[in-house]
Design a protein around this ligand. Sequence first.
Ligand code: ADP
Ligand code: ADP
Length: 216
Amino acid sequence: MRVIILGPPGAGKGTQADGICELFDIPHISTGDLFRENLKNETPLGKKAKAYMDAGDLVPDELVVDLVEDRIKRDDCRKGYLLDGFPRTVQQAKALDKINAENKVSIDAALNLDVPSDILVDRLTGRRTCPTCSTSYHIQYNPPKVEGVCDKDGTKLIQRSDDVEEVVKNRVKVYETSTAPLIQYYDDLGLLFTIDGTQQPTVVAEKIKTALKSKE
Ligand code: ADP
Ligand code: ADP
């Protein structure tokens, strides 16, 4: 199963990812997480991506496409993958189609988590993230069992530096301009499932499961 999860920043893509990956035994590939890992390790790629990420702008397509191509060619992707945060431009989507065509595989479904932009700032400024396993929490809507600590591994939660209001607003704008056109792109290919992402996380998860099971 090769799945793409689309939606604006804060739509709940990361929150839903683990459930989907467990269901189909596929890896969760988050380009945001891959970039943050490169940033932390101060790799040449991390250094190139830093200024874009700090500002909430997109990292140039060519850097992202190479990163994803290397990742999806690994052995653990033979049964499929969940792409979270990629593609984010029509050019990236076309590059992905080309890579898949060369490998004689194709995308099975594109999930679109629909959340109106006025909710996103609140979701993202209240988000707290585990720097070890990337699980995200919300101080109000999805708090950890013990305040400030990851339920899964006990790591102290952080607030991502791009989850501050000014950068969040730019990320939402960038989404609307560069990424939202992908909804039409995947609809035209007959792969799109739009899900109301304002519902409770468990309800969203059920709807995703029903959609993906129809493609199995
Ligand atoms: P994305 O990966 O799309 O940027 P996240 O999964 O990190 O989004 O979720 C963004 C924030 O919204 C987090 O603080 C998360 O706990 C919260 N959240 C996720 N899904 C929901 C939901 N269905 N209802 C309310 N809050 C949610
Ligand atoms: P979100 O919470 O919005 O889902 P991500 O963790 O996916 O955030 O992405 C964080 C940042 O990493 C983005 O603002 C952008 O700078 C960069 N990034 C991640 N994925 C991509 C991509 N596919 N194309 C360009 N830039 C990306």
